[in-house]
Write a protein that binds this ligand. Structure first.
Ligand code: 6MZ
Length: 364
């Protein structure tokens, strides 16, 4: 585990409101309780419970959204979540969040995202790169920090954003999110995600907005096959998304299709096990995809809700499937190929991993 922490890592599937620290959530809930907006004793045990079925997770998100959806809190949680990932030696983070409208707080989807940007700007424990300057001096290798060291030197994290469409949204709301994402491309937004309760909403509702995103060159990732729904899985694969998340409930035919299409899969082992979408780690589809050399990325999904970290996900995969340090490092490094940020960032990440590898080799 210690080694997994020291290794540089890339996080491509993390939901902002699922990655909040328990301590922050409890503090905010207590404050709302004092104001009489919620009954704290009713929600405390809900926040602290860690094993919950998938349907219960979405009830918890409704509660979290009541607690967090105002500008100041969105800024705070964004800052903390980035600092936590940086602490875990994540060097590139694609953070996804659903832009929310909340009339009672004077919040629009745009102002929600401004609060997120404010959170990114207010990070101070680590240097943040959140929108790449073309032709930036990539020879400035010196400030790329040594990512296999124990933290005395300053750190840098690349942060990019994906805007999520919630499956409860209408076709119009989905389109509004895509338009906002396009407007924010020069402010770190690199793609679109479709997420939310998988038993809610219909694929055709989101398709026009997702097609539009694709046409505009905005990469799309889809939560796909989190519950059994072969028709939807087929339709999603036909759409040719740039990546998919989960892929838990695929049948033979869908695996075949996915492997032929070589669509990278964001794997969230702890999330899948905690929500009982997958019975246990040893039967997780990571093993089959890894053995078939299918593109995959280990991710946290909701590190706050499932009490995990990216290092823990690597440690879990390593201990369950007997993968050594070199295999773990290669897996982490391969994720570079699947990020949505530009080639300049990919080149810089390759340098970071090359430096880390040299250090690793010199230690053995
Ligand atoms: C599907 C999920 C999810 O966007 O408010 N979300 N959607 N499956 C999952 N697996 C457990 N985990 C999180 O973050 C919270 C939102 O992310 C989606 C849900 O829509 C949830 O409301 P944001 O920052």
């Amino acid at each position: 585990m210690e080694w997994c922490v020291t290794m540089p890592k890339i996080e491509l599937h993390a939901h902002l409101n699922g990655s909040i620290r328990d301590s922050t959530l409890l503090e905010l809930a207590r404050e709302l309780g004092e104001k009489g907006a919620i009954v704290f004793s009713d929600v405390e045990h809900v926040i602290l419970k860690h094993d919950r079925a998938l349907s219960e997770v979405f009830k918890l998100f409704d509660l979290i959204h009541v607690i967090t959806t105002d500008h100041e809190t969105v800024t705070r949680i964004t800052k903390e979540v980035i600092e936590d990932f940086a602490d875990d030696n994540v060097v590139y983070l694609e953070l996804r969040t659903t832009p929310k409208r909340n009339d009672s707080k004077g919040m629009s989807k745009r102002s929600y995202m401004q609060a997120v940007l404010e959170g990114i700007r207010s990070v101070n424990s680590v240097e943040v790169d959140f929108s790449h300057k073309a032709n930036a001096d990539t020879s400035a290798h010196s400030h790329f920090v040594d990512h296999l060291c124990n933290g005395t030197r300053s750190k840098k994290i690349y942060v990019r954003l994906l805007l999520s469409i919630d499956r409860r949204e209408t076709a119009e709301a989905a389109m509004e999110t895509v338009e906002l994402a396009l407007e924010m491309r020069d402010r770190g937004v690199v793609g679109i995600d479709l997420s939310g309760n998988p038993v809610v909403g219909e694929w055709p509702t989101f398709l026009p907005a997702l097609e539009f995103a694709k046409k505009q060159g905005l990469p799309v990732t889809l939560h796909c096959g989190e519950v059994p729904n072969p028709d939807e899985i087929h339709a999603m694969l036909d759409f040719l998304p740039s990546r998919i998340g989960h892929a838990c409930c695929f049948e033979d035919e869908e695996w075949k299709l996915l492997k032929n299409l070589k669509i990278p899969v964001e794997i969230c082992m702890t999330s899948n096990i905690r929500t009982e979408t997958i019975a246990s780690a040893d039967v997780h589809h990571f093993a089959d995809l890894y053995r078939s050399n299918h593109p995959l990325i280990l991710c946290t999904d909701d590190s706050g809700i499932f009490s995990t970290s990216l290092s823990s996900e690597y440690a879990l995969a390593s201990s369950t499937f007997g993968l050594g340090k070199r295999e773990m490092f290669d897996l982490a490094q391969k994720a570079i190929d699947f990020i949505f940020a530009c080639d300049g960032v990919k080149r810089e990440l390759k340098m970071i991993f090359a430096t880390a590898l040299k250090k690793l080799n010199s230690q053995h």
